[in-house]
Design a protein around this ligand. Structure first.
Ligand code: NAD
Length: 430
């Protein structure tokens, strides 16, 4: 089904939205799922627009530090006919009142990084499912706080890692699970996205946006989850295997000063300041079952976007940049790449046969939000659970520790407390 058709039919609320369980569940939705929002800046308002296309939801409350943003979000909700949200915008703790309303089923959290763990923890304590933006936590302590709270309250916690829901990554997961690559041995992933010229700093002035502070203070993989998201399920991390160690190293910091001086002149305050954050961080993770992952942070040098996914197994290799695979006894020519596209069509994941996604990031935003709402509606676990959320996020703090210690391997906590040995793969199992 095309996105436009999905949206029109969803808005009309008249027809089955997909062919499978997810579409039928949306069609039958009884009481609407009540979703609050905390943080409706760029990402939060984008997610709100996406959510407003999902059938069977209302938005009773929105919160942002900046009242005009909360009001703009309110207008979006009213225009979509999904209620008239109460606004919480008085101060930076107004979100505590939103969570205490007593009528929310879920809350989307899209605030700056330092708020995520505290907000998601409080949501769970109120019995509210948090859908929290990336990364869910910044330190190992915050990771444990999320795990402990989810276990204590029984409320699932989902980090909104949208790249786990990409059509190509899900097709690859289907291929991995059918054994086409044999035993998975090694994966490479990265987040290569020049964010200096628009996200860390204001595009027009070069002045700091909130995230610039993190570049001044820390040297670590600040944004590991987009690369690592799909890798967890390809490698059965937390359900059959687990990360045991991480060793990280960073280049010095060149790109930020060079960019700001080039664009705004050598006297711009940002061009003269010292940044702790190195340009390229390379981390090597080793698993309990003897496999490895290389993950790169690469957000400060001019370049096109890339995730550099590469997966190697005993029967073949996948390379996202080449959009190609080589599979023993399947690929037509010995040791020659063949296009991935036909495999992607053949192993299309059921989620993409069930209405798929819509909204930003190639539809991944719509799919992850549909699945989150569906989990809340049915009082079921979320499609990404608390353990996967924190394993992706823990890279932030652990890579910083390893870099500070000269690149030595650092122990990776077992957030499942041993249960990874018996847990069954769950992500994308339908
Ligand atoms: N998954 C993705 O593809 C993706 C893309 C972009 C951003 N993000 C994530 O989304 C989050 C937000 O990023 P952004 O680019 O939208 O930033 P932003 O600055 O545009 O929006 C953040 C909003 O949070 C509000 N805020 C700050 N403190 C608050 C508080 N205490 N209470 C209520 N509101 C508060 C700000 O006023 C602002 O409107 C970040 O965690 C970022 O990593 C994810």
């Amino acid at each position: 089904m095309q996105r436009r058709e999905f949206v029109q039919r969803a808005a009309a609320g008249t027809v089955a939205l997909g062919l499978g369980r997810l579409g039928r569940s949306e069609e039958k939705a009884g009481r609407p799922v009540r979703v609050g929002f905390v943080g409706v800046g760029n990402r939060g308002s984008g997610l709100l627009r996406t959510l407003l296309q999902v059938p069977g939801i209302v938005v009773p409350a929105v919160c942002d530090l900046i009242p005009a943003r909360a009001s703009a979000a309110e207008r979006l909700v009213v225009r979509a006919g999904r209620g008239k949200p109460a606004i919480y915008a008085k101060d930076e703790m107004a979100w505590t009142k939103l969570l205490a309303r007593g009528d929310l089923d879920a809350v989307i959290i899209a605030t700056p990084w330092n708020w995520h763990a505290a907000m998601a923890t409080a949501a769970m304590e109120h019995g509210i499912y948090p859908g929290v933006e990336v990364p869910a936590a910044l330190s190992v302590e915050e990771c444990w706080q999320l795990v402990d709270t989810s276990e204590k309250t029984g409320v699932p916690c989902m980090m909104l890692e949208n790249w786990s829901f990409r059509r190509d990554n899900l097709a690859l997961l289907q291929m991995v699970r059918r054994g086409l690559f044999g035993q998975v041995v090694h994966v490479h992933c990265a987040h290569c996205h020049d964010c200096i010229d628009h996200w860390f700093f204001d595009r027009a002035t070069g002045n700091d946006r909130w995230a610039a502070e993190f570049l001044v203070k820390y040297n670590r993989d600040q944004y590991p989850t987009h690369g690592l998201g799909p890798v967890l399920s390809w490698m059965d991390i937390n359900c059959g295997d687990r990360f045991e160690t991480i060793a990280s190293t960073a280049t010095d910091s060149f790109g930020i000063n060079a960019y700001l001086a080039r664009k705004f002149g050598a006297d711009h305050p940002g061009a003269k300041r010292k940044y702790a954050q190195g340009d390229i961080v390379t981390s090597v993770l080793r698993t309990a079952k003897g496999k490895t992952v290389v993950i790169n942070y690469d957000m400060q040098l001019p370049r096109p976007y890339d995730n550099r996914w590469m997966l190697q197994g005993t029967l073949g290799v996948y390379n996202e940049q080449r959009n190609a695979v080589y599979l023993v006894d399947r690929s037509p020519k010995y040791h020659q790449w063949e296009p991935f596209k036909p495999y992607m069509a053949k192993y299309n994941h059921p989620w993409y046969q069930d209405g798929g996604g819509f909204g930003g990031h190639g539809g991944t935003d719509g799919l992850e939000i549909r699945l989150l709402v569906d989990a809340v509606r049915r009082n079921k676990p979320t499609p990404i659970d608390v353990y996967d959320s924190v394993v992706m996020s823990a890279i932030v703090g652990l890579s910083g520790t390893s870099i500070a210690r000269g690149g030595v391997p650092v122990e990776f906590p077992d957030f499942t407390r041993g249960r990874w040995q018996n847990r069954k793969p769950y992500f994308g199992v339908v």
